[in-house]
Design a protein around this ligand. Structure first.
Ligand SMILES: Nc1nc2c(ncn2[C@@H]2O[C@H](COP(=O)(O)OP(=O)(O)OP(=O)(O)O)[C@@H](O)[C@H]2O)c(=O)[nH]1
Ligand SMILES: [Mg+2]
Length: 340
């Protein structure tokens, strides 16, 4: 039986092994992705990002528990967690978080947790994460939580991958300022102020709400050819009266598990909003477009690098460094063998 067939049957060992193939970007892994792709497109991808140490791992852990034990007689959804680059050099907290998570949720067949450190594959972190998400989606996990440490570009990449993006802040880190710098509000669908047991929570919350008020009545963010763009909603309104999603600001104490039900409900509401507004389809399309674009670029560059000799490459760089040719001329020389 192929690994892909094993995954479709719900075999956890096959799932774990296939994820390793994806992480290492093997030929078998790519073949399996081809087999599984028709079974994808059902999962709700939730990105969880934010500054180091804000409590993302703790939150994801508690959220997974909440999802597995929903109130009001709802059927629990199957949840998978991918922790990207868990060995944060800043806090080291995530490794501990991972262990705690394992222990809490171990033995529940409706939960699957995977850490991912490698980012060496073709197409980089985004391609690997996206492949893993496809495998978990095909395996029948309905909610896939992807935790990344916010460091600029990674946050934006996750937002492009996810249907719903949670940005986690914590009081007292000067995060309000960081948020503006990173343009984090642009990508946040739900804002979580974690560590609400700490002093300064009101300030953080107020700062976020103020920024949202500035941002939301006049701005509408959408994805166009994989890039985030925003236009004034006045420009959109004549075209179509679209319900606008204003990101809620929610308090949590992840270490105690408080506020989780509200976060989970907000995630469900966001999905309903995406479906009702037609944005779900738009995001699906731009997600796939972005992925294709990334893979295409990586593949073309790597193909081209394979056919040019290292010697030739070094020769052009030497000429560039000596300022005999400009960067554009260097590109031309490498692509067209132009002997400028
Ligand atoms: N007081 C308090 N501490 C918390 C809360 N949530 C998490 N912590 C603590 O904050 C530290 C970091 O938590 P993590 O969950 O590892 O944070 P993280 O954002 O995943 O960290 P990185 O992945 O390293 O960026 C740990 O010591 C947690 O116990 C909270 O709500 N209140
Ligand atoms: Mg973490």
């Amino acid at each position: 039986m192929t690994l892909a067939a094993g995954v479709l049957e719900g075999n956890r060992l096959a799932l774990a092994r296939l994820l390793t193939h994806i992480e290492n970007d093997t030929a078998d892994g790519r073949a399996a992705l081809g087999e599984l792709f028709p079974y994808t497109g059902r999962a709700h991808l939730v990105g969880v990002t934010g500054a180091p140490g804000t409590g993302k791992s703790s939150l994801v852990n508690q959220l997974a528990r909440s999802i597995r034990n929903p109130g009001g007689g709802q059927a629990p959804q199957r949840v998978a967690v991918i922790a990207v680059d868990p060995s944060s050099p800043f806090t080291g907290g995530a490794i501990l978080g991972d262990r705690v998570r394992m222990r809490d949720l171990a033995g529940d067949a409706g939960v699957f947790i995977r850490s991912m450190a490698s980012r060496g594959s073709l197409g980089g972190l985004a391609a690997t994460t996206s492949g893993m998400v496809q495998v978990l989606d095909a395996a029948g996990f309905e909610i896939i939580l992807v935790e990344t440490v916010g460091a600029g570009q990674a946050e934006v990449d996750i937002a492009r991958l996810a249907h719903t993006t949670l940005v986690v802040e914590a009081p007292g880190l000067g995060d309000e300022i960081q948020a503006i710098k990173a343009g984090i509000l642009e990508i946040a669908d739900i804002l979580v102020v974690n560590k609400a047991d700490r002093p300064g929570v009101e300030n953080t919350e107020r700062a976020l709400r103020n920024m949202l008020q500035l941002a939301h009545p006049v701005q509408h963010t959408f994805r166009h050819h994989g890039t985030l763009e925003s236009v004034s909603s006045a420009m959109l309104e004549p075209v179509k009266e679209q319900p606008i999603w204003v990101p809620p600001v929610l308090r949590t104490v992840a270490t105690e598990g408080s506020g989780m039900e509200q976060v989970w409900q907000a995630i469900i509401q966001h999905r309903q909003h995406l479906e009702a507004s037609g944005e779900w389809q738009q995001r699906e399309r731009s997600r796939l477009e972005t992925e294709l674009d990334g893979l295409l670029q990586a593949t073309l560059v790597s193909r081209w690098r394979n056919q040019i000799s290292a010697q030739e490459y070094q020769r052009v760089i030497a000429r560039l460094v000596d300022r005999l040719i400009s960067p554009w001329q260097a590109v031309q020389a490498l692509l067209d063998g132009d002997q400028t």
